[in-house]
Design a protein around this ligand. Structure first.
Ligand SMILES: *Cc1c(COP(=O)(O)O)cnc(C)c1O
Length: 630
């Protein structure tokens, strides 16, 4: 395989997605017209990368994805995979909340779990899949009594039985036992009425052998990865290995007849020769049992692993490779030669090809290729970056390190993290508040109170509701106002002229609504402020949702002030601020201080009205605002 970018690592895994597509096409030709397929992606898709395999399989028509446990399903969800996901193995009761949170579908093997799941499922109809033990005697309901338990589960509230499934114990090699299991499963299925949407029993081998033709879904695993676990030679020719494991020669040495190589002197040279040291051992997933047995491909020539597999090294006989050099690529598994296919290598020590795929390349980066061209590569860690995995302190460290790396400066990374990002959180880590579609109308009108304008304000914005109550504060000193800026439960603040009385005539709320619900407002008189406490019982069930807030006030403002300011106190997406003024004010000069992408929002002037509006999608940072001077 020629790649545009040839990896320079000590070892790497190549995953040929065109081979995976080819295998799926081949397998799909064996489906009956009424059958669809589930792609099995458990154990990180047998070491091939669950996300990449899932996405491609879905593109090629997979109806379902199969994982081993809630963690694997959760990771796929975090990676943006939306398709239905079945958890094949029985789950623990303690995993139920996450199964629900991530919309995963559990395989159910007993009544107790079904009951606990139904209880936790809430009102939404959650899908479950009943596993029947048709003879493998691992998980699943035993056949005797399964009918009653099935019926009882079917009547549980909040859940729907989406499928019934079973699993063959030896579909590769034992037709008699497979026919027996098939008959047990079919007998159980025929007793059900109504039937669930999906019935499935076959894995790769069972599908190829034609078992379970009555089912309408098949679960593809090992064959889709190009590994043939049956004795059928033709199948080996039809499937293409997806995973290849490669390394490089790190040293070439001579050995003399009678000398030994490696631990325990397990290999002794029968004649003089040349051998190579390869920087891969059992810690890289190259199985210890391949000691003195494994094969490797160097410059098109098959070589024997000689001596024991060490933790970090193996040695191969390259006497027959005339032109070998250090740095030459060595293929240890996968494409290139029959002898290095997973099923052949594991055949040498009666091991499992499934296991070898899962364990290989533990210290290797993955390179996804499409035939000859490199698609992308994935880091060594087998788990995608999931922020939840880390404690707060560790996460902060990761963020500042990532910034430093991007900016190529530790100092700038720290500055941005500590002084800029942290200020948004204002020491209330995680509790970042934001608003959207912020519209604030301020109208100055004539008033009966001499020396003051009557001011009507209307404010609307969207925000996630975090409490069933909030406060609107009217302060009579800057200091008092500042106190309300720090408080999180305050949605709107007004600074009242010191000479005015703190009463309803000076400041009152004409409307306070959340999603159209008229809130109950109670005034609390404080020594130097008015607090209007707004709440409604119905808000309790809306907590956590993004809702429309509307606050209208009626108040007074000194004419002699000659300027009026509007501040943005939270991170806000889309800001529109309008100032309406009477004819007697001739000229108004707006000065905008906007931080964010759009530093100079457009300003429009009409007679008696000025509008400052950022574009709807732009984010405006706190402490932005407009000062209107008149
Ligand atoms: C792993 C698994 C499969 C896939 O089997 P292959 O032999 O890899 O095709 C199918 N069904 C269940 C329940 C499994 O656990």
């Amino acid at each position: 395989m020629k790649m545009e970018v040839i990896p320079q690592e000590r070892s790497w895994v190549e995953l040929d997605l065109s081979a995976f597509s080819h295998n799926l096409d081949f397998l799909k030709r064996h489906l009956k017209p009424h059958q669809g397929f589930m792609q099995i992606v458990k154990a990180d898709a047998y070491g091939h990368g669950a996300r990449e395999i899932a996405e491609l399989a879905l593109k090629k028509g997979a109806l379902y994805l199969g994982v081993a446990n809630v963690e694997e399903g959760k990771l796929l969800r975090m990676q943006g995979v939306m398709a239905p996901i079945l958890i094949l193995s029985p789950s623990l009761n303690s995993e139920i909340p996450e199964i629900i949170e991530y919309n995963l579908e559990p395989g159910v093997s007993d009544w107790d779990f079904a009951m606990a799941f139904s209880k936790a499922a809430g009102k939404a109809k959650r899908k479950v899949h009943i596993k029947l033990d048709s003879g493998m005697h691992r998980s699943g309901l035993r056949v005797e009594g399964a009918g009653e338990i099935y019926k009882a589960i079917a009547t549980l509230p909040n859940i729907v039985i989406e499928s019934v499934f079973s699993h063959f114990a030896s579909s590769e090699s034992d037709p008699d036992f497979s026919f027996y299991q098939e008959a047990e499963f079919e007998r159980f299925i025929s007793s059900l009425s109504p039937l669930p949407k999906y019935i499935h029993i076959s894995n790769s081998a069972a599908c190829i052998k034609g078992y379970g033709a009555f089912a309408n879904m098949v679960r593809f695993g090992i064959f889709s990865f190009g590994v043939n676990t049956t004795a059928d030679g033709a199948l080996s020719q039809a499937l293409k290995p997806v995973m290849s494991f490669k390394s490089r020669i790190s040293q070439i040495k001579r050995i003399k007849k009678g000398e030994s190589i490696g631990y325990n002197r397990d290999w002794i040279a029968k004649k003089d020769g040349t051998y190579a040291v390869i920087p891969v051992g059992y810690a890289d997933g190259y199985d210890f049992l391949l000691s003195n047995k494994g094969k490797a491909l160097v410059n098109g020539i098959l070589c024997n692993v000689i001596g024991r597999v060490s933790m970090d090294m193996i040695t191969i006989d390259i006497t027959a490779v005339a032109d070998a050099q250090t740095g030459d690529i060595v293929s240890l598994l996968g494409a290139g030669a029959e002898s290095i296919k997973a099923e052949k290598l594991t055949g040498l020590y009666k091991g499992s090809a499934y296991e070898l795929l899962c364990q290989i390349g533990r210290r290797a980066r993955r390179y996804y290729v499409d035939g000859a061209s490199l698609l992308h590569s994935a880091p060594m860690s087998r788990r995608d970056f999931v922020a939840d995995d880390f404690a707060d302190g560790k996460l902060s460290e990761i963020i500042s390190k990532a910034l430093a790396q991007r900016l190529k400066s530790k100092e700038m990374g720290n500055l941005i993290y500590r002084d800029i990002l942290r200020s948004f959180f204002a020491n209330r880590d995680r509790d970042l508040h934001y608003r959207k579609d912020f519209i604030h109308e301020v109208s100055f009108l004539p008033s009966d109170t001499k020396g003051y304008y009557r001011v009507k304000t209307t404010l609307s914005y969207r925000k996630i509701l975090d409490s069933e109550r909030f406060i609107i504060a009217c302060a009579r000193s800057d200091e008092e106002l500042r106190r309300y800026f720090i408080r999180r439960d305050v949605e709107y603040r007004w600074l009242l002229d010191e000479k005015l009385e703190l009463d309803e005539n000076s400041f009152h709320i004409s409307a306070a609504r959340v999603n159209g619900i008229e809130l109950n407002c109670h005034i609390k008189q404080q020594p130097n402020s008015l607090e209007i406490h707004c709440s409604h019982l119905r808000l309790r069930e809306l907590i956590g949702q993004e809702l429309l807030f509307e606050i209208d006030t009626d108040t007074l403002y000194p004419q002699a002030m000659h300027q009026f300011s509007v501040f943005i106190s939270e991170l806000t997406q889309g800001v529109k601020i309008a100032f309406n003024y009477p004819q007697e004010i001739r000229v108004v000069q707006p000065v905008t201080v906007f931080s964010g992408k759009q530093k100079n929002p457009p300003i429009s002037f009409e007679p008696g009205r000025i509008v400052v509006a950022s574009s709807r999608h732009n984010w405006v940072f706190p402490l932005s605002g407009v000062v209107f001077s008149y």
